[in-house]
Structure formats: structure tokens, C-alpha cells
Design a binder for this molecule. Structure first.
Ligand code: FES
Length: 155
């Protein structure tokens, strides 16, 4: 990690002026590089921009596209667009939460699956829909959730 810190500091110095307005772009860069916002990286961003760590963390947790937890090996996203919610999406969301034992926005204790909600994936004609890593599946029923989770958790 010391090498990561050094590389990040160099990148911040090269790409971002020490201005408060650079906070979100800098956080997006960190997330792009590491897949999430590690604490040490948020501290480095705060130090570079001269913004208190609490403010950096506040910004990081205010935007749903930013994540402060390391993602699991796989992601399982349930569509919460209106078309899906009206066609079984709520039941699907509950079934996944119950099967994984974690609410949306969190990763299972074994680090295998990150469970998230996602906006409409334009698969509304096949609602409710679910996205496993980069693959969408439609007409998913609560009964099929256990099978889907086993498939999603494969190494
Ligand atoms: S609302 Fe779920 S795919 Fe469109």
C-alpha cells in the first residue's frame, strides 16, 4: 500500500489543483483506480485538497455511484426501476436480501457478492430484472434467487 499512496499522491498533484471543487473528480478517479474508496485514499484526497477527512467521507457517502467498501468478487444488482418494482421487483429485492443475509449496498460476510439496487436496465419488457456482474437476466422470480446466487458466487 505505501506504493499505492505514493502513486496516488503523484496523480493528485499532476491532475488536481488544490481546490475544493476538485473533490468529486478526485474521488471518482480514486474509485476508478481501486474499485472503491479506501480510507487511506480518502485521507490522501483530503490532505491534497485541504479538506477535512470528515467532509471527504461525507461526500463519498452522499453519492450512490461512490462506494466506501471494497466490492465483493461479484455484484448482484436488482433493478428498482418502476417497471420492475411494479412487476415483482419488490418481492425479488426482499428475496435476495433474505438469501444473502445482507441489505442492498453491502457485501456478504465472505466477500463473495456485493448486493446493490440499480436503476432501469431497459429490460422492462422482461421485468423484474437482475444484473449479475455484466449480465442482465429478466423474468426472475423469488423462487429462482437461490440458484442465481449460487451461480453468481462462482469463482
Ligand atoms: S424498470 Fe427494470 S429494466 Fe426497466
Amino acid at each position: 500500500m505505501p506504493r499505492d499512496i505514493e502513486l496516488l499522491r503523484n496523480t493528485l498533484n499532476e491532475k488536481f489543483q488544490r481546490e475544493r471543487a476538485q473533490l468529486l473528480p478526485a474521488l471518482h478517479l480514486v474509485q476508478h483506480q481501486f474499485g472503491y474508496l479506501p480510507d487511506w485514499a480518502m485521507e490522501a484526497v483530503g490532505r491534497h485538497l485541504r479538506i477535512p477527512a470528515s467532509e471527504v467521507y461525507g461526500a463519498a457517502t452522499s453519492y450512490s455511484e461512490l462506494r466506501t467498501e471494497k466490492p465483493g468478487a461479484h455484484t448482484l444488482k436488482v433493478c428498482t426501476g418502476l417497471g420492475c418494482l411494479l412487476n415483482g421487483g419488490r418481492e425479488l429485492l426482499s428475496a435476495v436480501e433474505s438469501a444473502l443475509g445482507t441489505p442492498p449496498g453491502r457485501t456478504t460476510a465472505d466477500g463473495r457478492i456485493t448486493f446493490e439496487e440499480t436503476p432501469c436496465g431497459f429490460l422492462c419488457g422482461m421485468a423484474p430484472a437482475i444484473k449479475i456482474d455484466d449480465t442482465w437476466r429478466g423474468r426472475v422470480t423469488p423462487d429462482s434467487v437461490e440458484t442465481i446466487i449460487v451461480e453468481a458466487g462462482r469463482p
